[in-house]
Design a protein around this ligand. Structure first.
Ligand SMILES: *Cc1c(COP(=O)(O)O)cnc(C)c1O
Length: 344
């Protein structure tokens, strides 16, 4: 029966896209990189195209090929890493639009694929990807002659609305792009929530579509049920799991469930994590193992066949907090051993 069942609620994904797109007057795309944050790029992209998304974003060309295979011709699929060495054949074959990040990428692109659509990514202060202001100043007129379909940049601190970096990057982006007559994009999920000034012509939400912070009104998208493999009673003083990390204080019932850190249940979440029997919380006890976790179910009258680790009572951000990480990492770590069930 595998290590667990990951249910993906496509009605919720579509509803989250609609709710986010209602915030802005321009277009709303969808970021489906990293296999749509672990949920299945092809299935998710089809749902979002059905909801009305026409712009899709991936990290690298190979991901774009998978999204194109799912969507067919029509929607634009943009590649954040731009045009890297060896990408030309894939960009052409799958009609992908690279977001060019440097003069070198620009030269590579116009040489290998003259006339092939592209966008420009500008660095407005994050110092991660994109052309720096001086580089853009030197290249701008040549680039504009080639008709870029988009100029974009990315915010470093958008999940913190009060951070001065937001207004700073907005100003830099305006200075670099005002009056160009090319469609512009600055905001991901966090930036969309900062207000209209950040929206420009196109927004690029990712995490908000999948139910994660900072889009607090998001509908939860994932549910993860883990089968109980075995039950046992332990006496006071008996230990559970590696390193004897948990010692029973009283007579206890322990359920061993199928899934562990090899499935993305991050080992560091250890004793702060909980699983749920219906709405009743049960503590994870002892160490998270590679394929198994152990749970104290002493207080349950009946132990169900499955215990829920992601769902209504504990979302991706709750589990992330227990593990000392962010919802993005919980989602993109969800393992390949789960049976993925796509619910529409
Ligand atoms: C990942 C990413 C996004 C989406 O960000 P979310 O915070 O998930 O909404 C948008 N733009 C770029 C450049 C990204 O790398």
């Amino acid at each position: 029966m595998g290590t667990g069942t990951l249910s993906i609620d496509h009605t919720a994904i579509a509803a989250n896209w609609r709710a986010l797109s209602a915030l802005c007057s321009g277009a709303t795309g969808a970021v489906v990189k990293a296999n749509a944050y672990g949920l299945g790029a092809g299935e998710v992209a089809r749902t979002l195209a059905g909801a009305g998304a026409r712009w899709f974003f991936v990290a690298v060309a190979e991901e774009g090929a998978a999204v194109r295979a799912a969507l067919g011709p029509g929607p634009r699929i943009c590649v954040f890493s731009g045009h890297m060495e060896g990408d030309a054949a894939a960009l052409r074959a799958h009609d992908l639009t690279p977001m060019l990040n440097s003069v070198d990428q620009m030269l590579r692109h116009v040489e290998a694929l003259p006339g092939h659509a592209f966008g420009i990514q500008l660095d407005t202060g994050m110092n991660r990807l994109g052309m720096e202001p001086a580089e853009w100043a030197a290249l701008r007129d040549i680039a504009l002659d080639q008709n870029p379909v988009l100029v974009m940049s990315h915010l470093a601190c958008a999940d913190d609305p009060g951070h001065p970096m937001n207004a700073y990057q907005l100003q830099v982006f305006r200075d670099l792009t005002d009056g160009l007559g090319v469609p512009r994009s600055l905001a991901a999920t966090g930036g969309m929530l900062l207000g209209e000034a950040y929206h420009f012509d196109l927004c690029r939400p990712g995490i908000g579509l999948y139910g994660g912070a900072p889009f607090s009104e998001a509908r939860p998208v994932v549910r993860l049920d883990l089968p109980v493999i075995q039950m046992r009673d332990v006496e006071p003083g008996e230990v559970v799991g590696y390193a004897n990390a948990w010692i029973a204080q009283g007579r206890s019932r322990i359920a061993t469930v199928s899934a562990g850190y090899a499935d993305g249940l991050i080992r560091a979440m250890g004793p702060r994590a909980r699983v749920f029997a219906g709405a009743t919380a049960c503590a994870v006890v002892g160490r998270v193992s590679m394929d198994l976790i152990t749970v104290d179910v002493s207080h349950l009258a009946d132990v169900p066949d499955v215990l829920t680790i992601l769902g209504r009572d504990q979302g991706v951000d709750d589990l992330a907090e227990a593990a000392g990480t962010i919802g993005y990492e919980i989602l993109t770590s969800l393992g390949s051993r789960y049976a993925r069930v796509h619910r529409v």
